[in-house]
Design a protein around this ligand. Structure first.
Ligand SMILES: C[S@@+](CC[C@H](N)C(=O)[O-])C[C@H]1O[C@@H](n2cnc3c(N)ncnc32)[C@H](O)[C@@H]1O
Length: 298
């Protein structure tokens, strides 16, 4: 029937090699578009990224970062997916912090993205379970300190001003993390998994209250709640409990959100860059939007 044919430019073969690939030219232009989108996002937040341009060296470094991520098998569930990895590499290029702190480093995919910044000199990593780290080491010019203690106790006070970036990928209360970081003098924070309603309901360990509730705290009234079934369905495996999750906003929690909001000077969602990387299961992924948060001076 006319109008119902599939596209006849797709060549179909009997091979079944399970290969995903795009030509260098398409990949390069995709990375460049991702770079420009992130550059625009940061400029709209007032961050000066005007001196940065995308060139052959940027492309080469991104290719090297992806090759290393592939080699150490870092872009797997639990770590960051490839489009977030691309965004993190570009973000580190644009912000170029000298000091990077990460709470929740797990296998090390986001630590690897941080290493794409040649100005980086110091890393502090925090994770109560360091045994999953798959990154074999750090370059000589970067001093890395990885500890099992919590950021709130073990992170040093910021001595690098806006040249420090803290990444929270630990699923801990976002309001608490904002206040802790502000107390220690950090101004540039990045949050993974601190989502809106749907993203929250896709998690068994959401970083509640997430940034969504903090920036919209004026909408909240005591007794407001969010409730959702656990996506890992503990109740159905016979272990009991944890099958239905609920967060109720009482006056104390609303006050915590308000105190966190009061120290924020600006925030933005990082763009979804899935258009610019080829990845088989991108559409089945939960919401992994990342947010950049700028804090007022402490
Ligand atoms: C989603 S994974 C992090 C993924 C990682 N950023 C990567 O790119 O591979 C969450 C990690 O947070 C860690 N975690 C749990 N509680 C934490 C805490 N209080 N402080 C820091 N990390 C914590 C877990 O052990 C886990 O390794």
């Amino acid at each position: 029937m006319a109008g119902m044919e599939y596209s006849d430019i797709v060549v179909r073969t009997k091979e079944d090699e399970g290969r995903y690939a795009v030509s260098d030219n398409i990949r390069r232009h995709g990375y460049e578009k991702a770079f420009l989108e992130l550059q625009e996002t940061l400029s709209s937040l007032g961050v000066d990224v005007s001196r940065h341009t995308f060139d052959e060296d940027t492309f080469r470094r991104l290719e090297e970062s992806f090759a290393a991520a592939e080699k150490y098998r870092l872009l797997r569930p639990g770590g960051v997916p490839p489009w977030s990895f691309l965004g993190l590499c570009i973000l580190h290029d644009l912000l170029a912090p000298q000091h990077y702190l990460e709470s929740g480093y797990y296998r090390g995919s986001s630590l690897l993205a941080a290493l794409s910044n040649s100005r980086l000199r110091k890393i502090h990593g925090f994770d109560p379970n360091p045994n999953n780290l798959a990154l074999p080491g750090f370059p000589d010019h970067v001093s890395a300190t990885l500890v099992e203690e919590d950021f709130s106790k073990a992170a040093p006070r910021n001595t690098h001003g806006a040249e420090a970036l803290v990444y929270f990928d630990d699923h801990i209360n976002t309001a608490q993390r904002i206040l802790e970081a502000q107390k220690k003098g950090y101004r540039h924070l990045l949050f993974d998994d601190s989502c809106g309603l749907t993203g929250t309901s896709q998690r068994h360990w959401p970083s509640m209250p997430t940034l969504y509730f903090i920036v919209h705290v004026d909408d909240l009234e005591p007794g407001d709640f969010v409730e959702w079934p656990s996506p890992i369905g503990r109740a159905r495996d016979g272990s009991g409990g944890d099958g239905q999750l609920r967060v109720t906003f009482d006056a104390e929690l609303i006050d915590l959100c308000r105190r966190a909001k009061d120290v924020i000077s600006g925030w933005t969602k990082l763009p979804n860059l899935a258009d610019y990387v080829l990845w088989p299961s991108a559409s089945g992924y939960p919401d992994v939007t990342q947010h950049l948060v700028l804090l007022k001076d402490s």
